[in-house]
Design a protein around this ligand. Structure first.
Ligand code: OAD
Length: 235
């Protein structure tokens, strides 16, 4: 912990990748933990364009449930510690796989939401795209063309925005220190960023409750709750 603290303190360029575990202590269920299944459906099934075209009611029910749950959640000490780190660092990019918006709410500014944001909706036909924090109907319709809306999130089998991926790769390739926090490290392309950073000379640190496929590959693997560890790491 002391060594990592000194490395974080001395780093010029910091890159951080977060996943569902960073929001767990805010009460947001992770995707692959014990509470990972929703009505016996896996995330890979629900967050999928084919499921949406076959069963839009089911997919919207899942997202409306998550939106309702998230509307009561607040950032936790892990989000706040990362916002404090950005304020103190000379350069820091926070890449998150989370769509909950909690990093922004905690005060982080330089954030890339790799998988989109659950509080935005977009039309399945026209170019309509809007932030919407209201309680949505079972099947929300586009106010512009009347077709079906969907959450503005990246689903399995869909590509990240090319600009998004490019920025993440650049940040990983130029980081002095690359930290992953609260991610199982199995969903690509996010899962490869730590390895990419390491190959380009970054010190790599993983903070996670459980061991992951990345644990043996990173320079430092700190096991525990993100909030507890980040609180100590970023005083
Ligand atoms: P996962 O649910 O796969 O993994 C969460 C990780 O956080 C696990 O390794 C847990 O051990 C760890 N964890 C849980 N509580 C923690 C805590 N308090 N502190 C630290 N770690 C904790 O979530 P992601 O890795 O984010 O994609 O999943 C990646 C993507 O898969 C998601 O963005 C989502 C999902 O399906 C899409 O929806 C496209």
């Amino acid at each position: 912990m002391q060594t990592v603290m000194a490395l974080v303190d001395g780093a010029e360029r910091i890159a951080v990748l977060t996943g569902a575990g960073v929001s767990a202590e805010s009460g947001v269920p992770t995707f692959r933990g014990e509470d990972g299944l929703w009505k016996n459906h896996r995330a890979e099934e629900l967050a999928h364009p084919e499921t949406f075209s076959r069963e839009p009611h089911l997919v919207w029910e899942f997202y409306n449930w998550r939106r309702s749950l998230l509307s009561k959640c607040k950032p936790n000490r892990a989000h706040h510690a990362l916002a404090a780190l950005e304020a103190h660092a000379s350069s820091m990019l926070l890449m998150t796989q989370n769509v909950d918006g909690l990093h922004h709410m905690a005060g982080s500014h330089n954030v890339i939401e790799m998988h989109g944001n659950i509080w935005r909706v977009k039309c399945t036909r026209c170019t309509y795209l809007a932030e919407d924090y209201s309680e949505l109907p079972e099947l929300p319709k586009c106010p512009s063309c009347g077709d079906l809306l969907r959450p503005d999130v990246v689903w399995f089998g869909e590509q990240l925005e090319p600009g998004t991926l490019h920025s993440c790769v650049e940040a990983a390739a130029h980081a002095d220190i690359f930290m992953t926090v609260g991610t199982s490290g199995i969903v690509q392309p996010a899962a490869s960023l730590a390895d990419l950073a390491k190959r380009h000379g970054a010190v790599t640190v993983e903070i996670n409750l459980d061991p992951t496929p990345n644990s043996g590959l990173v320079d430092f693997s700190l096991q525990g709750k993100a909030a507890d560890i980040l609180d100590k790491l970023i005083p």
